[in-house]
Design a protein around this ligand. Structure first.
Ligand code: PGA
Length: 253
């Protein structure tokens, strides 16, 4: 495998109060201590970030956010800017999650704007993309992820790609218990890498971490992570259970 960093990231979604986040991080901290063959990140709801950061201080766990707005400031009720996240020491942010696209009207244009704003503020982005079931069944997965990759990264420079992680998340596999087969995950992550090579050249494409996400768990992680183009995981449900998440970290060692 190329010299790519493996990244195992949890996406807590709308789960955990600050007290629950503290308890969870305290529980998992010793379980993942010293497991340095991958980066370990938990992306938390905004109000939970502070508690999670305090609990994770001094450990190998990093705390990220689940979204960020594209404007620097202004009349955007309910939104949070990259500058605000940086001010509280948040480095990582998920952008373009399919739940944002499905339920909150995010488009490739807003995903692109958020990505550029986060990168310009010096953040690291976990950019999510992936096909819906009908697209896979119609045999257009490659076209869909290719288009999303190009649109979501429009205007992002080759240098900025050092701060971009891509999470390939087939929408039909998220929270459904249906996982892409290791072969499907590898094939589509490989297709995304080809698109990156087209845009940025082979060196950037080979250096970019591409995660798989969608019902990754303690049982299927090893097989998925063994694949050439799968450089980690973005984990929802299993990131709320310390033993399951730790087993995924172990599978990445
Ligand atoms: P899941 O979620 O692991 O619960 O399928 C993955 C994600 O939404 O990132």
């Amino acid at each position: 495998m190329a010299n790519r960093r493996t990244v195992i990231a949890g996406n807590w979604k709308m789960n955990f109060t600050p007290a629950q986040a503290t308890a969870f991080i305290e529980e998992i901290k010793p379980m993942v201590a010293g497991k340095d063959n991958c980066d370990i990140i938990f992306c938390a709801p905004y109000v939970t970030i502070d508690a999670a950061q305090k609990a994770a201080a001094g450990s190998n766990i990093k705390i990220g956010a689940e979204n960020v707005h594209f404007a620097k400031s202004g009349a955007y009720t309910g939104e949070v800017s990259a500058e605000m996240l940086r001010a509280i020491g948040v480095e990582y942010v998920i952008i373009g999650h399919s739940e944002r696209r499905q339920y909150f009207g995010e488009t490739d244009a807003t995903v692109n704007a958020r990505t550029k704003a986060a990168l310009e503020a010096g953040m690291k982005v976990i950019l999510c993309l992936g096909e819906v079931k009908e697209e896979r069944l119609s045999g257009i997965t490659r076209e869909v992820v290719s288009m999303q990759t190009k649109l979501d990264l429009a205007g992002v420079s080759a240098e900025q790609m050092a701060n971009v992680i891509i999470a390939y998340e087939p929408v039909w596999a998220i929270g459904t218990g249906l996982t892409a087969t290791p072969e499907q995950a590898d094939e589509t992550c490989g297709q995304i890498r080809e698109v990156l090579a087209e845009i940025y050249g082979a060196e950037v494409a080979e250096a970019t971490t591409i995660q798989y996400g969608g019902s990754m768990n303690d049982k299927n992680a090893a097989e998925l992570l063994a694949k050439q183009h799968v450089d980690g995981g973005l984990i929802g449900g299993a990131s709320l259970v310390a033993a399951k998440f730790t087993a995924i970290v172990d599978a990445a060692q």
